[in-house]
Design a binder for this molecule. Structure first.
Ligand SMILES: C[S@@+](CC[C@H](N)C(=O)[O-])C[C@H]1O[C@@H](n2cnc3c(N)ncnc32)[C@H](O)[C@@H]1O
Length: 364
């Protein structure tokens, strides 16, 4: 039942190549005049839009059965052949799609990630991150930096999560993107940590159960409890039943601001704390703490921002949180202090091949 996730490269090798890449970027930026280096960075948003366009057109799906000529591909996705060629020429330069000697376009591993029907598909993430509403919020980043607050209240009269609940176009885009991103880091997490050592795992705000299902499929002795808002819990119940896990995994409904299931051996908070302003995140930790046995473990899965000056995805997602939700990413030390204020002791920070880390804590 476990999904066919790609094998993980050795973590040491990934980190070493990242360092070399960063060193080369620094060297390049020092070599060329500053304005040229800045101009290059200004194009980053356009690249997001190009990936979004390819996802919206369904180019990767149209190449799923094999290479196609420009004319054939343009007909299939309903595009102007010359304009499609120009879009793909840009993306090919970044490793997304390739053009063969015979002139036909084909998939690369990066392009495959934009297909709809693969285990780890980023198509829905591309649709959300390039959507007008997402771009609209980010275009008000300066306001968020002025006030330290997310932009939703001023722009839409409500918080991001209220907006996602009331505007179903946004809600669907967001939910699908979250499911898509949720599957992104699963294989690295499962490779980095032995979740099977716990008899009962509680996934707090576990979405539709993707992570819990993957854990349970590799841990036949373990049981799971998924805790979610009522509107998500139904989808999770159906999904877990479809995966044949109904007898080992229950779904409980409620809000993590009120209570969470008691008696678990491990409580997972994956991509939850970073969503909320500090006081709310503290309330979530307090609720979980109150439900935990003294020997239970808390497993926080988040990006941990490094203390160094290098570029890191956590620094980008941190601003995504500032603009949209008022949440934040934290350094390991900030987590240690935040956990201590909430009655926990941080035991270990376990890195994975992806930017996600597992922060293992216990009641202090
Ligand atoms: C960013 S998603 C993370 C989902 C999942 N943990 C993952 O990593 O894929 C946040 C989740 O928190 C859930 N959530 C939001 N508010 C909640 C609340 N008050 N109580 C329980 N779950 C909540 C949402 O329904 C959503 O599934």
């Amino acid at each position: 039942m476990a999904s066919d996730h790609p094998r993980m490269p050795p973590q040491g090798m990934v980190r070493a190549i990242e360092l070399v890449r960063n060193g080369l970027s620094v060297a390049y930026r020092k070599l060329v005049p500053g304005h040229l280096a800045v101009m290059e960075l200004l194009g980053a948003g356009w690249l997001t839009q190009a990936i979004h366009a390819a996802a919206e057109l369904g180019v990767a799906d149209a190449l799923a059965d094999g290479p196609r000529s420009g004319a054939e591909l343009a007909r299939t996705v309903g595009a102007d052949e010359d304009a499609l060629h120009r879009l793909l020429r840009l993306l090919i330069g970044h490793g997304i799609f390739t053009r063969r000697r015979d002139g036909r376009y084909a998939l690369t591993p990066m392009a495959r990630a934009l297909r709809r029907d693969v285990d780890v598909s980023l198509r829905d993430a591309a649709l959300f991150f390039g959507s007008p509403i997402h771009r609209d919020n980010w275009s008000h980043l300066a306001d968020a930096v002025r006030t330290g607050k997310p932009v939703g209240a001023a722009l839409h009269g409500m918080s991001f999560f209220e907006h996602a609940r009331t505007d179903r176009t946004l809600g669907t885009l967001f939910d699908n993107a979250m499911t898509s991103i949720g599957s992104l880091g699963l294989a690295p997490l499962l490779a980095a940590y032995d979740f099977a050592r716990y008899e009962t795992l509680v996934d707090v705000g576990g979405g539709e159960g993707t992570m819990l299902a993957e854990i349970l499929s590799r841990a036949p002795q373990s049981k799971g409890i998924l805790f979610e808002l009522p509107e998500v819990a139904d989808a999770a119940t159906n999904r877990l039943a479809d995966l044949g896990l109904a007898d080992r995994c229950t779904v409980e409904r409620g809000s993590f601001f009120d209570t969470v299931p008691h008696g678990g051996d491990a409580y997972i908070l994956k991509h939850i704390l970073h969503d909320w302003p500090e006081d709310d995140a503290g309330r979530i930790l307090a609720t979980v703490r109150a439900a935990m046995k003294p020997d239970a473990r808390l497993l926080i899965i988040e990006l941990v921002v490094p203390e160094n000056a290098r570029a890191h995805p956590g620094k980008l997602i941190d601003l995504e949180m500032l603009v949209n939700t008022g949440g934040r990413e934290r350094t390991a030390d900030e987590y240690r202090k935040f956990l201590a204020r909430s009655g926990f002791k941080l035991n270990r920070v376990i890195p994975t091949v992806s930017p996600d880390n597992i922060l293992e804590a216990e009641p202090a």
